[in-house]
Every structure is written in structure tokens, then in C-alpha cells.
Write a protein that binds this ligand. Structure first.
Ligand SMILES: [Fe+2]
Ligand SMILES: [Fe+2]
Length: 221
């Protein structure tokens, strides 16, 4: 059983863009990645705090708009609205966790406010007119989140970022052991992001096929 094999690289499957709207979604996310890489470089704690304030927006916007649509069409949403809202809630918990690891600078707080004002409105109208593309954007956004948290792990493992004790809020939320560390937190957060990635790409696929997505059920982090 104990074969001496190198640990398998963490897999982050990439959804290959299929049509114009997928390419637009991918290009948009890569542009955002470029800005984030330029701005944060290897300051992963700060990066997590600022970007989680953005990541927590789409689920709430999608949830609101799908809720309104279900009201207009007087039909059951089959748990989808709840899943979208839970995604936003989960992202906000990421934020509340990483705020114990890194405090944003005054400038970063200004960036958070300006980014939210722009991104919320942009995403609202994108979702209103092109929900499939909006979910594809989130799918790609989450691919990048998985990549970033993988880099964060590498920094911790290399000793370049101190592996501090896990914040209590994270221990409670994910049910981690009392001795859990930042490394354990990054691992569970990355799993959350991988889940969002897969679900949002699936939602985009289903909307493209004219199917209405169903919620995965409650309790999914
Ligand atoms: Fe997140
Ligand atoms: Fe996410």
C-alpha cells in the first residue's frame, strides 16, 4: 500500500470555452486575474480578503434575479435560489475568515468599495440579459480562485507565509480540529471554490441547453 509515488498534483479542471460568450467570459476573468496579480503579487492574505468581497456578489445577484423570475413565472425554483444564496453566504464566510489573517490597508478598503460599486452593477446587468454567461464567468472566476489558493498553500508549505493557527470562526464553520492551522483553512476554502467552479459551469451548461438548474440541497459549503 505504501508505494513511494510523488503526491499527485492538485487537479483544477479547466472548462474549454465553446462559443463566443464563453470566450468573452474567459477573457473577462483573465483580465481581472491580470489586475489582481499586478496589484497583490504574493500578498495572498490581502488578495483573499479583497477578492472574497467580490466573490460574494454573484450568488446574491443570481439568487435575487432567479427568485424574481420564479415569482413572475409562478413556478418552483427547485432549490436553486437557495443554493445561489448559500454560495454568497459561503463566500462571505471566506471573507470573515481571512480578515483574521490579513487586514486590508486603507487603500485596499477604497478599492473594495469602488470595485463593488462597479462589479455589482456590471454583474447585475450581465445576469439580467445573459445568465448563462454570468454563470460561466463565475465558473472561470472559481478556476482562478482554486489556482490562487493552491499558490497560497505552496507559500505556506515553503515557509514563506507563516502557518498561523486557524481563526476560531473557521474552526466553528468548517468543524476543524482545535489545533487546525491556516493550511487546513486554505484547504477547505479551496474545496469550496472547486465546488462553486463545478456548479457554476454546470449551471451555464444547463442554461445553454434550455434546462432549468436545480439546487444541490442545503448544507453544501
Ligand atoms: Fe471564496
Ligand atoms: Fe468561490
Amino acid at each position: 500500500m505504501a508505494q513511494q509515488t510523488a503526491p499527485k498534483e492538485y487537479q483544477n479542471p479547466h472548462y474549454v470555452p465553446k462559443g463566443i460568450s464563453d470566450h468573452v467570459a474567459f477573457g473577462f476573468v483573465k483580465l481581472l486575474r491580470f489586475f489582481a496579480d499586478t496589484f497583490f503579487a504574493k500578498r495572498y492574505g490581502h488578495r483573499a480578503v479583497v477578492l472574497e468581497t467580490v466573490a460574494a456578489v454573484p450568488g446574491m445577484v443570481g439568487g435575487l434575479l432567479q427568485h424574481l423570475k420564479a415569482l413572475r413565472q409562478i413556478r418552483d425554483d427547485e432549490g436553486w435560489v437557495k443554493e445561489l444564496l448559500e454560495e454568497a453566504d459561503n463566500e462571505r464566510m471566506h471573507l470573515m475568515t481571512f480578515i483574521h489573517v490579513a487586514q486590508p490597508t486603507l487603500f485596499e478598503r477604497a478599492v473594495i468599495m469602488i470595485t463593488q460599486a462597479i462589479f455589482y452593477n456590471l454583474y447585475f446587468f450581465l445576469y439580467l440579459f445573459a445568465p448563462k454567461t454570468a454563470h460561466r464567468v463565475v465558473g472561470y472566476f472559481e478556476e482562478e480562485a482554486v489556482t490562487s489558493y493552491t499558490h497560497y498553500l505552496a507559500e505556506i508549505d515553503a515557509g514563506r507565509h507563516e502557518n498561523v493557527p486557524a481563526p476560531q470562526i473557521a474552526i466553528d464553520y468548517w468543524g476543524l480540529g482545535a489545533a487546525a492551522t491556516l493550511r487546513d483553512v486554505v484547504l477547505v476554502v479551496r474545496e469550496d471554490e472547486a465546488g462553486h467552479r463545478d456548479r457554476n459551469h454546470l449551471f451555464a451548461d444547463q442554461l445553454a441547453e434550455g434546462k432549468l438548474p436545480k439546487g444541490a440541497g442545503s448544507g453544501a459549503h
